[in-house]
Design a protein around this ligand. Structure first.
Ligand code: ADP
Ligand code: ADP
Length: 229
C-alpha cells in the first residue's frame, strides 16, 4: 500500500546573493509504503532536507507533486511531524508542555493530553523529567523529548532530519536503537535523513541514495539486515 508517492519532484532555489538558480532536486520519484522505515542517504547538499521539508509541507515543489494517500500535500498537518537535528523544543516550556503542545493545538482536553504525554515521556525513557526545561537537559534527553513531542499527535509519518547528528557517538547509538524500537511498536512510516551510511543501513527497511548532483534519487539499495526488535 503506497502511502507517499513522490512524483518527479524538482526544486529550484533563487539565490539572493549570487542571483543564480540552485537546482536542489531534479526529478525525484519515490514511493513509500505504509509502515516502511526509509533512510534518505546522501552527501551534504544533495537535497535531502529540501525533499523532507517538501514532504512535511513547509515549502512547495517547483515541479512535480507529492501525494499522501492519493491526495496532494500542500501544507503541514499533524499526520506528518518532524524531528530536527537541533531539537527545536520550545525553550520556555517544560518537557511535559512541549509534548502536550500538538495535542493542545488539536483541542484535546487537559487531562487526556496530560495522560498521553506522560505515556510518551515514558516511552522515550524520560520519566521523572516532565517538569524540566530544555536548557536543563543533555542533547540526548532533548532529542528524546522532541521525539515524544513528534509522536504525540499520533502522526502517520514521522520525518527525521539528521536527528542524531548533534549527539555524541554513544548517545547516538542508544537513540538509534530506541527509534528502531519505537517506530516498530508504533507502526509508523519513518523517513530518516542522514549522511551516515552505518546509521542508514542499521535503521532502515530500505535505503534510498541521493546523488550529490543535481539531487535526484540515484539508486535504491535493498538492505537485507533484519530490523532490530
Ligand atoms: P542536504 O540536506 O542534502 O544537505 P539541502 O536540501 O539542504 O541538502 O540543500 C540542497 C541544495 O539546495 C544545496 O545546494 C543548498 O545549498 C541549496 N539550498 C538549500 N536551501 C536553500 C535556500 N533556502 N536557498 C538557496 N539554496 C538553498
Ligand atoms: P559485525 O560486527 O559483523 O559488523 P554488528 O552486529 O556489529 O556486526 O553490526 C552489523 C552492522 O550494523 C555493522 O556494520 C555495524 O556498524 C552496524 N551497526 C550495528 N549496530 C549499530 C548501531 N547501533 N548503529 C549503527 N550501526 C550499527
Amino acid at each position: 500500500e503506497v502511502q507517499i508517492d513522490i512524483r518527479n519532484v524538482g526544486k529550484v532555489y533563487d539565490s539572493k546573493t549570487t542571483h543564480q538558480a540552485v537546482i536542489a532536486l531534479d526529478g525525484v520519484s519515490l514511493r513509500i509504503k505504509k509502515g516502511e522505515f526509509i533512510s534518505l542517504l546522501g552527501p551534504s547538499g544533495c537535497g535531502k532536507s529540501t525533499l523532507l521539508s517538501i514532504i512535511a509541507g513547509f515549502q512547495s515543489a517547483s515541479s512535480g507533486q507529492i501525494l499522501q494517500n492519493g491526495r496532494p500535500i500542500s501544507k503541514p498537518d499533524a499526520s506528518r511531524t518532524v524531528v530536527f537535528q537541533d531539537y527545536a523544543l520550545f525553550g520556555w516550556m517544560t518537557v511535559q508542555q512541549n509534548v502536550e503542545f500538538g495535542l493542545k493545538a488539536k483541542g484535546m482536553p487537559k487531562a487526556q493530553r496530560a495522560e498521553i504525554a506522560r505515556e510518551l515521556i515514558k516511552t522515550v525513557h524520560l520519566a521523572g523529567f516532565e517538569d524540566k526545561y530544555p536548557h536543563q537537559m543533555s542533547g540526548g534527553m532533548k532529542q528524546r523529548a522532541a521525539i515524544a513531542r513528534a509522536l504525540a499527535p499520533d502522526p502517520d509519518i514521522l520525518l527525521m532530519d539528521e536527528p542524531f547528528g548533534a549527539l555524541d557517538a554513544q548517545t547516538r547509538v542508544l537513540l538509534q536503537e530506541e527509534i528502531a524500537r519505537i517506530s516498530t511498536e508504533a507502526g509508523k512510516t519513518v523517513i530518516f535523513v542522514t549522511h551516515g551510511i552505518d546509521e542508514a543501513v542499521f535503521l532502515a527497511d530500505r535505503v534510498v541514495v541521493m546523488s550529490p548532483r543535481p539531487g535526484r534519487v540515484r539508486d535504491e539499495v535493498l538492505v537485507p539486515l533484519p530490523r532490530p526488535r
